[in-house]
Design a protein around this ligand. Structure first.
Ligand code: CA
Length: 230
């Protein structure tokens, strides 16, 4: 049975979601603040986390950022704020989906089913995850990557950078965010590190490194990964 962890401090909403998910056959856990959510996520290894943004003790963005450094568990963010900035920030931090409050239960359950189907096709946590984009294939479990049928030789950071870009395809990622995700929070360096690694990566994955098709430069921001049509 799949387990879903709900991190939400509004008890009524959390209980309503729990009731409906249990009726669908999921096993449901509830955490009412960010710290508890993080602890339960680590301890119970749920198959999906439904994460509110405004939470006591530790906000949902922080929980998402921390969890992403530890696991690939699917995360659906709940936001009370409608603005696009929240959505982008959530996705940049590695959330898989988001839904704005108030939402209909029908829509919520449909999203949950879609995420669960996706993660069954692409088993994560401990399983095999193969990301495909254009002619590229990245197997995150064996840490191997191919372009067409040619295997690429990628040092650790270039591999991590490519994985991060492909997972967030279509989204502009800032240099700072890439630094944090690939090199870690305590890395002492500057954003040129990212540029240098992007250059090396382009030389390996781009048919024409001077005219990149996969890794686009987003002026003033950073980079965005696109999967070109085959
Ligand atoms: Ca809340």
């Amino acid at each position: 049975m799949s387990t879903i962890l709900i991190v939400e401090d509004e008890t009524t909403l959390a209980e309503t979601i729990r009731y409906n998910l249990e009726r669908e056959g999921y096993s449901v856990l509830i955490a009412s603040d960010g710290v508890q959510g993080l602890e339960q996520a680590r301890r119970e290894q749920p198959d999906l986390i439904v994460l509110d943004i405004m939470l006591p003790r530790l906000d949902g963005f922080s929980v998402c950022r921390i969890l992403r450094q530890e696991s690939d568990v699917p995360i659906m963010m709940l936001t009370a704020r409608q603005d696009e900035v929240d959505r982008i920030a959530g996705l940049e931090l590695g959330a898989d989906d988001y839904i704005s409050k108030p939402f209909s239960l029908g829509e919520f359950l449909a999203r949950v089913r879609a995420i669960m189907r996706r993660s069954e096709r692409q088993p994560r946590a401990g399983g095999r995850e193969v990301l495909e984009a254009g002619a590229l294939r990245v197997d995150t479990s064996s840490r191997r990557a191919w372009s067409e049928s040619r295997e690429l030789t990628l040092p650790q950071k270039e591999f991590d950078l490519l994985t991060c870009l492909v997972r967030n395809r279509g989204i502009a990622l800032s240099r700072d965010l890439l630094l944090e995700r690939v090199w870690g929070l305590d890395f002492i360096g500057d954003s040129r590190t990212v540029d240098v690694h992007i250059r090396w990566l382009r030389e390996k994955i781009e048919p024409e490194p001077a005219h990149p098709r996969y890794i686009q430069t987003v002026r003033g921001v950073g980079y965005r990964f696109e999967a070109p049509e085959q």
